[in-house]
Design a protein around this ligand. Structure first.
Ligand code: FMN
Length: 351
């Protein structure tokens, strides 16, 4: 009889076995050059590591590590409220699963199929009362849209991100997402350099303000622009009418030698806070990391690689266990820094 899977460590132990040679499921998932995922030379398949030297992936981790939390304890006792309103949906926490796609990059269909992967993310998040975002890669098409199928099964409880393909195709994806009552849609503009998409006859492009305006006016759903790493792009997303941005370097997978997202976030917050939602990802592994990002001005965060490991370890249940762990650690971080609600999380909790 198999032992009952209950804790995040149970899930990670199974994932460690299944991901042999691909990911070490280390205590610190930091993109360090010594890690299994970074241990090969330029030109290798990306796996789940970072591009090239791994500097961008590693910088996400290092940028977060620089900040320290201020304990503030001589107060009345309370239980922090982590609930978060995302475009009208009340979530249990400001933490969602990132739009990761392509099981072929961390194994093969023998480990899990793309469809089962998407189902596990979306349904596991829903079971933890939060949202699973779904991505896009060269194996996806309008006919085989695994993410949208999974979100449909969850009655629209998800977010669909499309690669920066030609405008007509993106709009068709958005229409499909609209039909199943998706919460929001978007484009990962940092996917415009994707060699994999280009070589599989699915070309990708940089997007102008006019292009984004056209996408915004094509749907009634809120539009998210993911892959913003400078103030100029953030301001242009606002100008184009987007409803949210994700400050992201794609987990350090699209361009070598970019800074960590926690390093660029404050500049973007200073410019556009309050105009649209600011979401951030990259190297966020615990609720302690989450409060740091919220204190720096983010409204919410996404979790990438840890969700892959949760799915590989225990499918839907693994994702639910992982998200509950994130919420528990966020709650602890808020209690110890004296934040009763998310609006209390501010710069003064950081050293
Ligand atoms: C294997 C893998 C596949 C990914 N696929 C996509 C994708 O299809 N679309 C997208 O917007 N981002 C994609 N991302 C980036 C994530 O959405 C997210 O930005 C990143 O993983 C966050 O960093 P973290 O993994 O350190 O948490 C992918 C990341 C990984 C590791």
């Amino acid at each position: 009889m198999t032992t009952e899977i209950q804790t995040i460590e149970d899930v990670r132990k199974i994932a460690r076995d299944k991901l042999k040679g691909i990911c070490g499921v280390y205590k610190d998932c930091d993109g360090d050059p010594g890690r299994l995922c970074q241990g090969q030379s330029y030109g290798r398949a990306l796996g789940i590591g970072g591009i090239g030297s791994g500097t961008s992936f590693n910088n996400n981790f290092l940028a977060l590590k620089k900040y320290k939390l201020k304990m503030k304890l001589v107060e009345e006792d309370f239980t922090p409220d982590t609930s978060y309103n995302f475009f009208g949906k009340m979530l249990s926490m400001p933490i969602m699963a990132a739009s990761v796609a392509g099981v072929n990059s961390f194994g093969s269909d023998s480990l899990i199929t793309e469809q089962e992967f998407c189902r596990s993310v979306v349904l596991g998040c829903k079971a933890a009362a939060t949202l699973g975002w779904r991505g896009d890669t060269y194996t996806y098409s309008l006919e085989n849209s695994y993410g949208i199928n999974a979100i449909a099964e969850a009655d629209g409880f998800g977010v669909k991100i499309v690669k920066p393909r030609d405008q007509e195709t993106i709009i068709k994806f958005f229409k499909k997402a609209e039909k199943i009552d998706c919460v929001a849609v978007g484009v990962d503009i940092d996917g415009c350099g994707s060699y994999a998409m280009a070589t599989h006859n699915k070309p990708v492009f940089k997007k102008s303000v006019e292009d984004i305006k056209e996408l915004v006016s094509s749907t009634k759903l809120p539009i998210v622009i993911k892959g913003v790493m400078c103030v100029e792009d953030a301001s242009k997303a606002v100008e184009a009418g987007a409803s949210a941005i994700v400050v992201s370097n794609h987990g350090g997978r699209v361009l070598d030698h970019t800074p960590g997202t926690a390093d660029v976030l404050p500049y973007i917050v200073a410019e556009i806070k309050g105009k649209i939602k600011i979401i951030v990802d990259g190297g966020i592994r615990t609720g302690y990391d989450v409060v740091k990002m919220l204190a720096l001005g983010a409204d919410s965060v996404l979790i990438g690689r840890d969700i892959i490991r949760a799915v590989v370890g225990a499918g839907t249940k693994g994702v639910k266990i992982h998200m509950e762990y994130m919420q528990n650690t966020l709650q602890k971080a808020m209690k110890m820094t004296n934040c009763k609600t998310l609006s209390d999380v501010a710069l003064d909790i950081l050293y």
